[in-house]
Design a protein around this ligand. Structure first.
Ligand code: ADP
Ligand code: MG
Length: 656
């Protein structure tokens, strides 16, 4: 035909291609096994291309059964990967394998040269689709034999990666000759010696291959066959096995897949033996095309709150596994999900770095979040008990999103369940709002570590007396979340332990008048307490929120809550102590008597009693005072004083 017929031609790789090949050859990349993923992906692409062409030209692939084959020659350490896909012409070999046409390659290579400490192959694999060249990570000689569908010429490409390659006409077809169609491609890898140190595994071993295929290419939609030998009746017999399950379960219509199949797939992904609580199957077309299959587990795993925990979402590109634990595709507050997102149009081999900035990824992420919210909302509305069970397991994680992702804050708040003073069950904010009496300033809540202790907190007294409902928040995360959450559906969120939050609202002039009267009466006590407790309280005031307790502590609306302060300390951070306001109940006999008697007291007695007043306010809200010895000795002294009083005794005291 042409002048290169019947002779071997030696050609130069294009400069960039040569450089990339060198990187592959000298790479110490730890995941060499990905070469197989790359070759299988090329084979699978070639089959896709054939299918597309067959739409236009039905004849040429009549009766074609797409197949990928892996053959192993253990003796000579040759691994070959064949497909009966589209194949290549001589020109295509030169164009596709001899050059790298991708824009930005040269600039990338320049940049890489300046960072010699980086693993260049790894960066490269991330940056470009250089799949075919990854063969040179594991082989010192690569032979490719191919026949383009619709042509009769068979071509043989060979290279040792030394900057040149040869092309010649081949008489004998490659292994694909044995595959249906008689066209396609075989890539023959003459493997480097095994080397544990450099991560060069035994890639002709049946089990290594099985494992790699399962790991990366299980969901490739055509069979990947391999010949294996087994012992039968004392004889060694060879048989073909299919290595991949081909089950891209997320591409199948939901009506055709049984619950058991979904559950099995969930187990495969999550290693969780409990069945999933819910599955979400979705797809999108438009700016980017993708499918997803995501599961909400029924039980939280033990490591849910470990900071290093990966997400359970795997990224696939066209049925090819790209990475597990893809944190860029799912927000941290949904890290309990397990599933697969399969993109139709992201480039294979995309690196995490590039991926992070790809707008398609953001679209997928947003879509995923939306579907999960919709599913949870539906569950809440249709089956409150099951939703309650979900909430118990994952509510605390979900709430992290309130601060992490302001965009979805309102949607998360909508899903949240809270305890409340109303009854023992859990309530949503909407339900709370529906019960809110006309004119109530906002949604009241109180945070703390122990819900039962919260129920008897002095902060609640006036609210309960006034028939107001207060939410009781006792998840540690609530203390982080609530101070940064100011409103929900235009209703203010108000902590009842904050200054200025009272059941009657902040602007009540009648109350203000009586308050100044009460304040005038308690002046001696207020002044004494301000002086004695100046290290721990910012101010001392008359309270509007107490009915039965003598005193309580309230916070500045802008200050850290005591729980938050403690949490930061536990995390080893230095936090200046926030001084709170001591509120006194002007109607309480302890307060009024103390106020009257202060005058004749010795300074040490005054200090001790006021210290105890402060400590009991802490105790009442479930906080352990710092100087417990002082508290203990103070209490002992009080008891002693009481007992030493003429005519009084414990028995008598109990009877009164
Ligand atoms: P990419 O797959 O990202 O394009 P590769 O380096 O993996 O990059 O492959 C380069 C090109 O070589 C492919 O785009 C394809 O045109 C061609 N090619 C590689 N393997 C095959 C194959 N098995 N059958 C047909 N063409 C192939
Ligand atoms: Mg490829």
């Amino acid at each position: 035909m042409t002048d290169f017929d019947a002779k071997t031609e030696r050609l130069q790789f294009q400069t960039e291609a040569k450089q990339i090949l060198e990187m592959m050859i000298y790479s110490v990349y730890s995941h060499r096994e990905i070469f197989l993923r790359e070759l299988i992906s090329n084979a699978s692409d070639a089959l896709d291309k054939l299918r597309l062409e067959a739409i236009r030209n039905p004849d040429f692939a009549a009766g074609h059964e797409p197949k990928i084959r892996i053959d192993r020659d253990e003796k000579d350490r040759i691994l070959s990967i064949s497909d009966n896909g589209i194949g290549m012409t001589r020109e295509e070999i030169v164009e596709f394998l001899g050059t790298i046409a991708r824009s930005g390659t040269r600039e990338f290579l320049e940049r890489v040269k300046e960072q010699p400490e980086q693993n260049m192959a790894e960066m490269l694999i991330g940056r470009f689709g250089v799949g075919f060249y990854s063969s040179f990570m594991v082989a010192d000689r690569v032979v490719l034999v191919t026949r383009r569908a619709g042509t009769s010429d068979v071509w043989r490409f060979e290279s040792t990666g030394d900057g040149t390659y040869t092309i010649e006409r081949a008489d004998a077809p490659g292994a694909f000759g044995a595959l249906p169609g008689g066209f396609g491609t075989t890539v023959e890898l003459h493997l480097k010696p095994e080397n544990e140190e450099t991560g060069m595994e035994d890639y002709v071993s049946e089990w290594t291959i099985r494992e790699i295929v399962r790991k990366y290419s299980d969901f490739v939609s055509c069979p990947i066959e391999m010949s294996v030998t087994s012992e039968k009746d004392g004889k060694t017999v060879a048989e073909d096995v299919v290595l991949n399950s081909m089950k891209a379960i997320w591409t199948r219509p939901e009506s055709e897949v049984s619950d058991e199949e979904y559950s099995e797939f969930y187990r495969h992904l999550s290693h969780d033996t409990n069945p999933p609580l819910r599955r979400i199957l979705f797809s999108a077309e438009g700016a980017t095309e993708f499918r997803g299959l995501v599961f909400i587990p029924s039980k939280a795993p033990g490591d849910l709150f470990f900071r290093e925990r990966e997400s359970g979402i795997s990224l696939y590109i066209k049925r090819i596994f790209i990475m597990s634990g893809c944190t860029d595709i799912v927000p941290g507050f949904l890290r309990f999900l397990h599933g697969v997102i399969d993109s139709e149009d992201l480039p294979l081999n995309i690196s995490r770095e590039i991926l992070q900035n790809d707008p398609k990824l953001r679209i997928m992420r947003r879509s995923l979040v939306r579907r999960v919210f919709a599913s949870l909302k539906k569950l809440r509305d249709e089956n409150r008990d099951t939703f309650g069970a979900f909430w118990k397991e994952f509510g605390a994680v979900l709430k992290e999103g309130i601060v992490q992702e302001p965009d979805v804050r309102e949607q998360i708040l909508d899903l949240c369940l809270w305890r409340s003073t109303k009854d023992d069950g859990l309530t949503t904010l909407d339900e709370y709002i529906s019960r809110m009496p006309e004119g109530q300033e906002g949604i009241y809540y109180l945070t703390g570590r122990d819900c039962d202790a919260l129920r008897s907190s002095p902060h609640l007294e006036a609210f309960l007396a006034g028939g107001k409902e207060v939410l009781l928040l006792c998840d540690p995360v609530d203390d982080l979340v609530m101070p940064m959450t100011f409103e929900y559906k235009e209703k203010k969120l108000l902590s009842v332990s904050r200054e200025g939050v009272t059941p009657s609202g902040s602007e009540n002039t009648k109350d203000e008048a009586s308050r100044s009267e009460r304040e005038a009466t308690l002046r001696p006590l207020i002044d004494a307490a301000k002086t004695v407790l100046s290290k721990v309280v910012r101010d001392v005031r008359v309270s509007d929120r107490l009915t039965s307790s003598p005193s309580c502590l309230v916070s500045d609306p802008n200050a850290l809550s005591p729980q938050m302060e403690r949490m930061f300390r536990e995390m080893g951070q230095a936090v200046p102590p926030t001084k709170r306001i001591l509120e006194l109940n002007a109607a309480h006999p302890l307060v009024t008597k103390l106020n009257e008697r202060l005058d004749g007291m010795e300074a040490s007695e005054k200090d001790s009693l006021l210290g105890l007043l402060y400590d009991q306010a802490l105790l009442a809200e479930g906080v352990v005072p710092e100087r417990l010895q002082d508290l203990a000795s103070g209490v002992a002294k009080l008891m002693q004083g009481y007992l030493e009083r003429p005519g009084t005794g414990v028995t008598e005291a109990n009877e009164r």
